[in-house]
Design a binder for this molecule. Structure first.
Ligand code: SAH
Ligand code: SF4
Ligand code: F3S
Length: 443
C-alpha cells in the first residue's frame, strides 16, 4: 500500500485539538502521513466548531476554495468532522456535494474505516452518538511540554444559547485509572504538563457513580513522579466544590487557575441563559475560591448582546467585572444558533451595539490586566518554560503558577543559549509588563 497523505485543519476549542491528535494517531496506524498543505493531500479534513456562526463561516469559505482544488484533482477526498458535522449531518453533503465524508463527534476514532468505505460509497455520513471506544483515546501528539488530555466528553447543562449539548451529546467521564495510565505514559514520553479537558471539567466523575471527582483525580495525578504541572478547563461555577479548591490549594503541581465563565453579570440575562446561578452566587463562588487561594487567577467568558440585553443588564456585567477583576476574559458577541432554545427569542440587539459592548469589555479587561501585571513587578513567579516566544525567537515563553504569560531571555548572562530550560520550572523575577505579557529574568 503506498503511503497516503492527510491534511487536517482544526477550528474551535482544545477538545478539537485533542480529537485531531486522536484522528491522526488512528490514521497513522493505517499508514497515513500528515502533510502540511491541502495541495499535497489525498484526504483533507476539517475539524470544525459550531459555537458561533463566525466559526462555521470560516469552514464554509475553506470548502468554497477546495471546490476548485477538487475539480483539478478529483481523487482528493474531503471530510468534515467535529461539531459542525455533528450539527448538520447529511445536510452538509447536500449543501457541499464535493464533501465526501461527514464524521460526528463520537465517530472520529473510526476515521480509517470510514475513509475505506468511500471505495464502495460515494458519500459516508457517520454521526451516531454511542459509547466512545475507551481504548482508542491514544493520540499522536507533536508538542513536547503540554499534552491535552480529555477526561470527559459532552455536557449535561443546557445553556439556552449553546450548541455544545447538541454537538457533543450527554456528559460521560473516562475512568480515572485510564486517565492515570495515559498520563503516566505521557510523562514517560517526556511531557511535563497535562491539561485535563472537559466542557464542564469540574463535574468530572459524576457519571461514573463511584464517588470519583475531579479533586480525587487531581490527587491521583499529583502523585505521578516527573509530572510537573496539571491544568484543567473549563469549569462551571456551580460545580466547583470546596474539595476541589482545597485540593488545588494543597497540591502544588495543580495550577492556581480557574477558567470559570460568568457569561453575564445580570440576573435577568443569566436566567434567560439558564446558567443556573445568580450574580450573587457567582460572586460568592469568587469569594470562596479566594479564601482558599488568595492568589488564584480567574478567567471568564462573557457573551454580550444576548436577546433583550438592556443597557442596565450590560452595566451589571461591567460592574461584575469591576468587582471581580478577572485575570483574563474572553468576550463574544451573541450569535444565534439554530435549534437552541434562545433561537426562539428575537436576536434584537443591533450589531453596532454588540460591537460597542464587546469593545467596552475588552478595554476594561486590558485595564484590569495591566494593573495586575504592574503589581507583579519585582515579584518572583515559578514559570514552566514551554518553548521559544512566538514574537521573538531570542526569548523563551512560559506560564506562571496561575496562567500568566511570561517571557524571559533565551540566553544566559554568558550569552549561551539555555535550551535546557524548556520543560523546566524556573523562578523568574518580573521586571516589566504589557497588558498581555510579563517580562523577567531567571533569578
Ligand atoms: N463549556 C464551556 C464553554 C463552551 S463554549 C463552559 O460552559 O464554560 C465557549 C464559550 O463560547 C462560552 O463560554 C460562551 O461564552 C461562548 N458561546 C457559546 N455559545 C455562544 C453563542 N451562541 N454566541 C456567542 N458566544 C457563545
Ligand atoms: Fe454550553 Fe453551558 Fe454546557 Fe458550557 S455549560 S458547554 S456553555 S451548555
Ligand atoms: Fe466549538 Fe465544539 Fe469546542 S462547538 S468550542 S469545537 S465543543
Amino acid at each position: 500500500m503506498s503511503e497516503r497523505g492527510v491534511f487536517i485543519e482544526t477550528f474551535g476549542c482544545q477538545m478539537n485539538l485533542a480529537d485531531t491528535e486522536v484522528v491522526l494517531a488512528r490514521l497513522a496506524e493505517q499508514g497515513w502521513r500528515t502533510v502540511p498543505t491541502s495541495a499535497e493531500a489525498d484526504l483533507v479534513l476539517f475539524n470544525t466548531c459550531a459555537v458561533r456562526d463566525h466559526a462555521e463561516h470560516k469552514v464554509r469559505s475553506r470548502l468554497g476554495v477546495l471546490r476548485e482544488e477538487k475539480k483539478a484533482r478529483p481523487g482528493m477526498k474531503i471530510g468534515i468532522m467535529g461539531c459542525m458535522a455533528q450539527r448538520e449531518k447529511e445536510a452538509l453533503v447536500r449543501q457541499f456535494p464535493h464533501v465526501d465524508l461527514v464524521v460526528g463527534t463520537d465517530q472520529f476514532v473510526r476515521m480509517p474505516q470510514l475513509v475505506a468505505e468511500l471505495d464502495r460509497q460515494e458519500h459516508v455520513v457517520a454521526t451516531d452518538f454511542g459509547d466512545f471506544e475507551a481504548e482508542s483515546w491514544s493520540a499522536l501528539r507533536t508538542e513536547g511540554v503540554n499534552a491535552w488530555v480529555p477526561v470527559m466528553r459532552g455536557c449535561n447543562y443546557n445553556c439556552t444559547y449553546c450548541v455544545v449539548p447538541m454537538t457533543r451529546g450527554r456528559e460521560k467521564s473516562r475512568p480515572p485509572q485510564q486517565v492515570e495510565d495515559e498520563v503516566r505514559r505521557l510523562v514517560d514520553e517526556g511531557f511535563v504538563q497535562v491539561t485535563l479537558l472537559g466542557q464542564t471539567v469540574d463535574s468530572y466523575g459524576k457519571t461514573l457513580g463511584d464517588g470519583t471527582t475531579l479533586a480525587s483525580l487531581l490527587r491521583r495525578l499529583h502523585a505521578i513522579p516527573g509530572l510537573r504541572r496539571i491544568r484543567f478547563v473549563t469549569s462551571h461555577p456551580k460545580d466547583i466544590t470546596d474539595e476541589l479548591l482545597e485540593t488545588m490549594r494543597d497540591h502544588p503541581k495543580v495550577a492556581r487557575h480557574l477558567h470559570v465563565p460568568a457569561q453575564s453579570g445580570s440576573d435577568r440575562i443569566l436566567r434567560l441563559m439558564s446558567r443556573r446561578y445568580t450574580r450573587d452566587e457567582y460572586l460568592r463562588f469568587v469569594e470562596r475560591a479566594r479564601t482558599f487561594m488568595p492568589d488564584v487567577e480567574l478567567l471568564s467568558d462573557f457573551i454580550v448582546g444576548f436577546p433583550r440585553e438592556s443597557d442596565e443588564d450590560f452595566a451589571a456585567t461591567v460592574s461584575l467585572m469591576d468587582e471581580v477583576r478577572f485575570h483574563g476574559s474572553y468576550t463574544f458577541m451573541y450569535s444565534e444558533r439554530p435549534r437552541t432554545p434562545s433561537a426562539n427569542l428575537p436576536d434584537d440587539i443591533p450589531d453596532a451595539v454588540k460591537k460597542a459592548r464587546c469593545n467596552h469589555l475588552l478595554d476594561l479587561q486590558l485595564t484590569h490586566q495591566e494593573a495586575y501585571h504592574t503589581a507583579m513587578h519585582g515579584r518572583t513567579v515559578q514559570v514552566l518554560v514551554e518553548g521559544p516566544s512566538k514574537s521573538d525567537p531570542e526569548m523563551l515563553h512560559g506560564r506562571s503558577e496561575g496562567n500568566l504569560n511570561v517571557v524571559l531571555p533565551r540566553r544566559g548572562a554568558d550569552g549561551a543559549v539555555r535550551e535546557d530550560l524548556v520543560g523546566r520550572i524556573v523562578p523568574v523575577r518580573i521586571e516589566r509588563s504589557t497588558s498581555l505579557t510579563l517580562f523577567g529574568s531567571q533569578t
